[in-house]
Design a binder for this molecule. Structure first.
Ligand code: SAH
Length: 543
């Protein structure tokens, strides 16, 4: 679960960083007008509500009242709430507010440990029993939350309970135990329900799906098989299937519907007892799905945006969070970090793109969750095309690459980020060109510029200049000048969205290679592009 540490001003930054040191994957979100943090926001209420909706744990370094008021309108659905805590700016008080079922008290204790203060735990069951009965540990699932709440209320009112089944985490809980009690905590994979029981299912059932057809409702088949044996769907630990079904859509849908991991094996991971397509195996203790067969590997190509964390999409951020292996050119990998100890980082030279793409497929074929990072958008002069080239060329000799789950997550490209800073120079038809002749002949570049010039398109130039390509930029501009007046507005964006950001607006007549480098985006206007005050724009109409 991603964690957001939210601060309103610089006074809280010290405490925020101390908490972050304990949770390295967390990010500090700061109010843009007052403090510079990892991620900037403008409106506290809207930002916190967005985080809440995305399911992120929220650690807000401000008064509890501010947080409560901000989230008041989202509190109807108790089942899905993430942990929310208010923490005093100076770290002297920790108040868990919401998310009892998602471990807010555990989180509060951990933060308390980091800040050396006792958290203000207010959950009565937890205070009395030293454990939250309704938040069992990993490997177990609570059957019915409403029933659970009634059960805990009964215990708090003085009732006693038995424990049926194996619940090692309750061994040291201060429960009012009594072997003859009417109430029972029951640890069982069976789908049982009665008003005297708090039912907790160990995730100890494996399902093996032997055959799958195209329009198969696999989830329904699994539910029916479980039902036949009286087993609860929540007791399911994983779906397993032959590796040939790795790319099967019905199987993926079923795993999502049943909310369990999907694992692939060459042979059934247990002795089969059922010939009807779904075989079940019930173990005595929870099953760690990660120890069975292997997962379908994923390869996700993401764009980080131009540099600033706030211009990275939430989808890219969540892919980074889930990744086991991260591949990319050093600068971009740095931009994407920091990484956790369990994440492997593979840094490569900027020019070894195809090699990097092949390596990514190899890792993903082993079942790993791999991401390849690009700056801006991964599909614009970047890794997404390299990854598809590698697949195109390698899929025959490496058939296992075809089963990798490939995804491409878009990002804010440098031309768009630069345009937004300058106004709206791309407000009408435009084209995007790379001036690098590493992978295409210079003659093609000149021809394309000439055609774009003739078509009166706004032109966004990537890769304008490098040490290895010293003369090309001036040649390109000479071609542009054949089609454009010398007072045509030109936008030069350097390091946009990064600390050294610099934006200049000049006229085409002034443009020369000394003004640009590899970190510059050049946007040359059309005949319609104009300047208004500090802004550059291309109107939506044409005459
Ligand atoms: N995939 C990237 C582009 C990679 S090509 C994207 O979509 O943005 C690299 C070129 O992009 C650089 O030579 C430069 O022209 C431009 N560029 C990338 N990031 C930039 C930034 N932050 N500011 C200005 N130009 C940038």
């Amino acid at each position: 679960m991603p964690m957001a540490i939210v601060v309103l001003g610089a006074g809280a930054l010290d405490t925020a960083r101390r908490i972050q040191a304990r949770f390295p994957q967390s990010r500090v979100h700061g109010l843009a007008s007052r403090v510079s943090a990892d991620i900037a926001y403008d409106d506290f209420g809207a930002h916190v509500r967005g985080l809440y909706a995305s399911g992120a744990a929220i650690v807000a370094l401000c008064s509890a009242g501010i947080v409560i008021r901000a989230l008041a309108s989202c509190l109807a659905d108790k089942g899905n709430e993430p942990p929310v805590l208010a923490i005093a700016q100076d770290g002297s008080a920790i108040v868990p507010l919401l998310g009892g079922m998602s471990g807010v008290n555990v989180l509060a204790r951990e933060i308390g440990d980091a800040l050396q203060v006792a958290p203000a735990i207010t959950t009565s069951g937890e205070l009395r029993f030293g454990k939250c009965l309704l938040a069992p540990p990993e490997g177990y699932a609570l059957a019915d939350i409403e029933q659970g709440k009634r059960f805990v209320s009964d215990l708090l009112a003085g009732a006693t309970t038995r424990i049926e089944g194996h619940a090692p985490w309750l061994d040291d809980a201060a429960l009012p135990r009594n072997d003859d009690a009417r109430l029972a905590v029951r640890i069982t994979p069976l789908a049982t329900r009665d008003e005297n029981s708090l039912v907790i299912h160990p995730r100890c059932v494996l399902a093996w799906i032997e055959d799958i057809s195209h329009d198969d409702d696999v989830a329904e088949r699994v539910r029916a098989a479980l039902n036949e044996r009286g087993l609860a769907p929540l007791a399911l630990a994983a779906l397993t299937a032959p590796a040939r079904y790795m790319a099967s859509r019905p199987l993926e849908d079923a795993a999502r519907a049943l909310d369990v991991p999907l694992r692939f094996c060459d042979a059934p991971p247990f002795a089969r007892n059922d010939a009807r397509g779904v075989a079940l195996h019930v173990s005595d203790t929870p099953i760690d799905a990660g120890s069975i067969g292997h997962a379908r590997g994923t390869l996700t190509v993401i764009g980080l945006g131009p540099g600033k964390a706030e211009l990275m999409t939430p989808a890219a951020r969540s892919a980074l969070h889930d990744a086991q292996d991260v591949l990319g050119y050093e600068t971009y990998v740095r931009m994407a970090g920091p990484f956790r100890d369990d994440q492997r980082v593979h840094i490569t030279d900027n020019r070894e793109e195809l090699q990097r793409a092949r390596h990514a497929f190899e890792l993903a074929s082993e079942g790993r969750r791999v991401i390849v990072v690009s700056s801006g958008d991964p599909g614009v002069f970047a890794m997404a095309a390299a990854v598809l080239e590698a697949l195109d060329e390698g899929r025959a000799t490496h058939p296992e690459w075809n089963a990798v789950k490939l995804q491409i997550v878009p990002g804010v490209s440098a031309s768009l980020a630069t345009a937004a800073r300058a106004g709206a120079p791309l407000g009408h038809d435009f084209c995007v060109l790379s001036l690098s002749d590493n992978l295409k002949p210079w003659s093609v570049i000149e021809k394309r510029i000439a055609h774009a010039g003739e078509a009166d398109l706004v032109m966004a130039f990537y890769n304008p200049l490098s040490k290895a390509r010293p003369w090309q930029f001036d040649r390109a501009i000479d071609v542009v000048k054949r089609y454009r007046d010398s007072d045509t507005p030109v936008v030069l964006g350097r390091d946009i969205g990064r600390p050294a950001e610099a934006l200049r607006v000049i006229e085409l007549g002034e443009l020369k290679s000394e003004l640009v480098d590899m970190r510059t985006m050049v946007i040359v206007g059309s005949s319609m592009t104009r300047v208004v005050g500090d802004w550059v724009y291309t109107p939506r109409w044409y005459d």
